[in-house]
Design a binder for this molecule. Structure first.
Ligand SMILES: NC(=O)N[C@@H](CC(=O)O)C(=O)O
Ligand SMILES: [Zn+2]
Ligand SMILES: [Zn+2]
Length: 347
């Protein structure tokens, strides 16, 4: 028996497309199912200025295979030297949809991020004034803070003070991984949303560490205890419009992940929608998938919901996803949920 579910075409509100050969390899994986994505600016060097964002957007569009339709929603990387006027201009022309805050040293390519939050005050005030949202990688980087506690402590020590000091600033907590992140969103009625990744709905820290270390399950923020995964599942499937999909699909070459100092990031673009259908069905919430993947994000960002649709199909055959995709520089492993999935996206 097959089962069909047609939903508005989804968008990805947190995506790493990289550049060059990697961009070429991963872009079709997203464009196949998603209409738009918020493009993370953590290239080396980062996308800091409006001019850099224009150039990066052009490279993305040039890499799109013929016949595919996809709109990159650009972001700027916030640094202590960011120019509030440049940010405002890039917003006014419609080029950028958000600015991204990386605490310095928190994650992949975050060296140019913010160390002293006083030095981004003018940019944050400008963003609140013009209604430009801030996307946040929410982890503190203090050596004495355990990596599993870094999100919860960031909320208290950094995020809440920033929000109180910047009334009207719209904030998206990216890739939340804890019940603390869920609760912070739930307790704050306005101006706050959160993205949740596909992989954090599926794995907890045991998947990463028990029975041998699994480099392809290593990402930041790192997967937490099971109780946190369950809190994320409950939030994603609840229908609460403040929670929406940001896959954080973050490709690295296999050689860079299967390494003595492996890179953080899970590559989920290829199978995200099928995995989400599995997850939402498992939680008896298939009727909430469209909100999570296709409606809540555009509503938060003030953009129209896509008019096109995609159809998810469940069959009795196990869906076979590629283990890896190939880039000109080597393979990239596709996220493996560790169980059989029967959903697929119809062509
Ligand atoms: N999520 C990750 O583990 N990695 C991301 C960076 C990020 O989103 O923090 C990357 O760029 O590889
Ligand atoms: Zn991040
Ligand atoms: Zn990311």
């Amino acid at each position: 028996m097959t089962q069909n579910l047609t939903i508005a075409r989804p968008d990805d509100w947190h995506l790493h497309l990289r550049d060059g050969a990697m961009l070429q390899a991963v872009l079709p994986e997203t464009a196949r199912h998603f209409a738009r994505a918020i493009i993370m600016p953590n290239l080396v060097p980062p996308v800091v200025t409006g001019a850099q964002a224009v150039a990066y957007k052009d490279r993305i569009i040039a890499a799109l295979p013929q016949g595919m339709c996809f709109e990159p929603l650009m972001t700027l990387y916030l640094t202590e030297d960011s120019d509030p006027e440049d940010i405002a201009t890039a917003h006014a022309t419609g080029l950028i949809k958000a600015v991204k805050l990386y605490p310095a040293g928190a994650t992949t390519n975050s060296a140019s991020g913010v160390a002293d939050f006083k030095n981004v005050r003018a940019s944050l005030d400008k963003m609140a004034e013009i209604g430009l949202p801030l996307c946040v990688h929410g982890e503190v980087t203090d050596h004495d803070i355990d990596i599993f506690d870094r999100e919860a402590i960031f909320i208290d020590r950094v995020l809440d003070p920033i929000r109180k000091a910047t009334p009207g600033l719209r904030v998206i907590m990216e890739h939340i991984t804890t019940s603390d992140g869920v609760a912070y969103v739930q307790d704050n009625a306005t101006d706050l949303g959160a993205t949740i990744t596909t992989h954090h709905l599926i794995i907890n820290r045991n998947h990463l560490l028990v029975g041998g270390i699994k480099p392809h399950y290593y990402c930041l923020p790192v997967a937490k205890r099971e109780e946190h995964r369950l809190a994320l599942r409950a939030a994603a499937t609840s229908g609460d419009a403040r929670f929406f999909l940001g896959t954080d699909s973050a490709p690295h070459l296999d050689g860079d992940k299967e390494s003595a100092c492996g890179c953080a990031g899970c590559f989920t673009a290829t199978n995200t929608m099928a995995l989400l259908a599995h997850v939402f069905e498992e939680d008896g919430a298939l009727d909430k998938l469209e909100g999570f993947a296709s409606r809540n994000g555009p509503n938060f960002y003030g953009l129209p919901v896509n008019e096109e649709t995609i159809t998810l199909v469940k069959t009795e055959q196990t869906t076979v996803f590629p283990d890896k995709i190939e880039s000109a520089n080597g393979p990239v492993t596709v996220f493996d949920p560790g169980y059989d999935v029967f959903w697929t996206v119809a062509d």
